[in-house]
Write a protein that binds this ligand. Structure first.
Ligand SMILES: [Zn+2]
Ligand SMILES: [Zn+2]
Length: 189
């Protein structure tokens, strides 16, 4: 049995939080970590008690949904609400932070930003992070960390593919399927 790394653990936590998002435009999760401990988490959603995008539709102004508080901001505000210091903490987030969140993260004393997906990475945000000495690092999420029977599923699909190779006539269709499955499960055949 192998233990998952801290990076994987915190990044998996952010992906779990993203599943709580209430805005269908983008599901984002963020985890604030200090001394290898999770001190706060957030996802993008409406102000507490207000209508959700997923119920009433997004509130779009200039092409952006303005209904939600971003995941990173929600995590920082949770710390503000309960009086938890964020100085020298790290952030694990599913998507590269927007400019507004970038500024709030710098101002809150966040040292490192680990993100999974590039998302319209703002040039000014990148410059501000650099100027403030905040390290940004892309972290791949190894699905072994979140999908507990991934290995069995992958093995089964692989077996199925091998069988199909013998019986299936439509080779082109099969090879498209094969590529999709291999990409999905990141199989090395
Ligand atoms: Zn929305
Ligand atoms: Zn943001």
């Amino acid at each position: 049995m192998e233990r998952i790394s801290w990076d994987q653990y915190f990044m998996a936590q952010s992906h779990l939080l993203a599943l709580r998002s209430t805005c269908p435009r983008l599901m984002v999760g963020a985890t604030i970590v200090r001394d290898k401990r999770i001190i706060a988490g957030g996802y993008n959603g409406s102000v507490s008690g207000s209508t959700h995008c997923m119920d009433d539709g997004c509130y779009i102004v200039d092409g952006h949904c303005v209904r939600t508080v971003h995941a990173e901001a929600n995590a920082l505000l949770q710390c503000a609400k309960f009086g938890v210091p964020t100085d020298n903490a790290d952030l694990y987030v599913t998507h590269f932070p927007c400019l507004q969140c970038c500024k709030q993260l710098i101002q809150s004393g966040i040292n490192n930003v680990y993100y999974k997906e590039d998302y319209k990475n703002d040039a000014y945000a990148i410059a501000l992070f650099q100027e403030a000495g905040v390290q940004t690092k892309k972290v791949e999420l190894n699905y072994l960390a979140v999908d507990t029977n991934y290995q069995e599923k992958a093995e089964l699909v692989k077996k199925l593919l091998d069988k199909l190779e013998i019986t299936e006539d439509s080779e082109q269709e099969l090879s498209i399927l094969k590529n999709e499955i291999e990409a999905l499960f990141k199989l090395n055949r």
